[in-house]
Ligand binder design. Structure first.
Ligand code: G3P
Length: 274
């Protein structure tokens, strides 16, 4: 499974790339807001264009997703092309992120606009990451429209199931991949029992139907365990916040073992090694 970093923070991207294990970057308007707010709070001026160019240069050779902000087919296509034309020449690694359905309410006519935009941009040779996926069928349509990545939001599925059943939780609380029961009943969202289950179902649909041109990019991952479960469920990629990448390396017995090794070094061995 490839690992992307889910952030717009340059420092985090720099540090993660220095490990030599990173395969890409994903951003979205909320992550960009978080970064801009932080920079402004430090009194720094933000030159967004140079900032994004720096991210692209750092990530050279690996994909960087930049999201549109429009909610109509025309706006998303216009913005997607604009972003691609402006930024892809920097390092040839821009993917355009398009919401699968940009409607702001159930009745909106915009329901088809995401898929239309995915299709038009893909047909124009622009790689698309289709985002805000919450059902296998959304992922299927995005793949049919030519998306290179589909992004199921695993953590938010878990949030949705817990909220709908009045279960209180913190954003990073573990939610079992196999779902959870309340009053003996398995909780679900229209047949999806957890965010990891959504990833598994999408992977299965893609396998059964031999969909090979679209990769499953597990997003909204809040813990190392969820990242592991995404890998076990067939995700091709997981995009992880910086802290989750760090958490992938954590185990108290590793730390305990290190302390023991460091404490047990004898001079004779040390002289040889140093
Ligand atoms: O990649 C999507 C991600 O940024 C959303 O994460 O934790 O806010 O649901 P989260």
């Amino acid at each position: 499974m490839k690992i992307f970093i889910d952030t717009a923070k340059l420092e985090e991207i720099k540090q993660a790339y220095s490990l030599g294990i990173l395969d890409g970057v994903t951003t979205n308007p909320s992550l960009i807001k978080k970064t801009v707010d932080e920079l402004k709070a430090k009194g720094e001026k933000v030159d967004m264009e140079s900032y994004i160019k720096e991210i692209l240069t750092l990530a050279k050779g690996t994909p960087v997703s930049l999201e549109v902000i429009g909610t109509s087919h025309q706006d998303m296509v216009k913005e997607g092309k604009r972003l691609y034309e402006k930024f892809n020449p920097v390092a040839s690694n821009v993917y355009i992120k398009i919401p699968v359905n940009p409607a702001l309410d159930d009745k909106s006519e915009a329901a088809f606009d995401g898929i239309k935009a995915v299709k038009e941009l893909s047909d124009a040779g622009i790689p698309v990451n289709c985002t805000l996926i919450f059902t296998p069928e959304q992922a299927l349509l995005a793949a049919k429209a030519g998306a290179k990545f589909v992004s199921p939001f695993a953590g938010r599925v878990d949030d949705f199931i817990r909220t709908n059943h009045n279960i209180s939780f913190e954003k990073t609380d573990y939610f079992p991949a196999e779902g959870t029961k309340k009053e003996e009943k398995l909780l679900e969202d229209n047949g999806v029992v957890s965010g990891v289950d959504l990833i598994a179902q999408i992977s299965e649909v893609f396998n059964v139907h031999d969909i090979t041109e679209t990769e499953v990019l597990a997003a909204s991952i809040r813990s190392a365990r969820q990242a592991r479960e995404a890998a076990l469920s067939g995700a091709d990629i997981a995009t992880l916040p910086f802290d989750v990448i760090r958490e992938l390396l954590m185990h108290s017995k590793t730390i305990e073992g290190m302390n023991k090794f460091v404490g047990d070094v004898v001079e004779e061995y040390s002289e040889l090694v140093k």
